[in-house]
Design a protein around this ligand. Structure first.
Ligand SMILES: Cc1cc2nc3c(=O)[nH]c(=O)nc-3n(C[C@H](O)[C@H](O)[C@H](O)COP(=O)(O)O)c2cc1C
Length: 225
């Protein structure tokens, strides 16, 4: 099993990183040096699947814990939650830990699509580190999805995005961004719509953080006056 975890501090990767030759690539020290031109097009299936993990490990994770493990198995990849990385005080229910593993799986799916692989994920309710949380079956599919704009818009940012740690904006996500979350031919797109009540609740939480002494009003109330 591989932990395939990077130890690069947030913020030192995509912005400051330089492309490195494949021989220099090391998931521990140069994770953002991944180069799509190094994809082993003629290589065996397990080598191709392993390459996809270079992208999966760039996913965001709660407090940068990277609480995932992967095992290459015939026909795909087993994904494990690494509960040794749980943060019982800030994340007692492992909710954010599981969201982080989900982010890694999503990134894996996007990379698979990009390189023309069929990636089907089966989830289980495993609550321990020994059994996989999900199994990604990966198979070749032609043609690659590089011409698919929806996949391109998700794949490119994998190596560019990083968390800026600025305070959350107290404003709505602009409509033009929401429009792009509709989905892709593979269904790998993310749902961009929050239920109205969730939006109000998250707005109220942001309000409390910014103005803990103020009576909290939802974004809807705020705009109304
Ligand atoms: C489920 C989840 C919750 C997160 N919560 C916060 C948060 O509350 N505040 C914040 O600044 N970043 C948050 N992050 C971002 C992580 O801190 C960030 O992904 C991690 O430090 C790695 O840095 P990177 O995103 O630049 O790769 C969260 C990420 C995930 C996946």
């Amino acid at each position: 099993m591989t932990t395939a975890t990077s130890n690069t501090a947030p913020g030192t990767g995509p912005a400051g990183g330089k492309p490195v030759r494949q021989t220099d690539y090391d998931p521990m020290t140069t994770p953002y040096g991944v180069n799509e031109n190094d994809f082993p097009w003629g290589g065996p299936a397990d080598e191709q699947a392993a390459f996809l993990l270079r992208y999966a490990i760039l996913a965001p994770s709660t407090h940068n814990t990277q609480p995932w493990k992967f095992a290459l198995v015939p026909g795909g990849i087993e994904v494990f939650a690494d509960y040794s990385r749980r943060m019982p005080v800030v994340d007692p229910g492992n909710r954010e830990l599981l969201m982080s593993v989900g982010a890694a799986i999503f990134t894996l799916r996007v990379a698979a699509e990009w390189f023309g692989m069929e990636c089907r994920v089966t989830y289980s309710h495993s609550g321990d580190s020994e059994r996989p949380l999900a199994v990604a079956s990966i198979a070749r599919r032609e043609p690659p999805a590089q011409g698919d704009e929806a996949i391109a818009s998700l794949f490119g940012p994998i190596v560019r995005r990083h968390t800026n740690r600025h305070p959350f904006l107290y404003s709505r996500v602009p409509r033009r961004f929401c429009a792009g979350y509709g989905g892709s031919r593979s269904g790998a797109g993310v749902g961009g719509r929050l239920h109205r009540r969730q939006r109000q609740q998250s707005g109220q939480r942001a309000c409390r953080r910014r103005r803990p002494d103020a009576a909290c009003r939802s974004p809807v109330q705020e705009r109304a006056g």
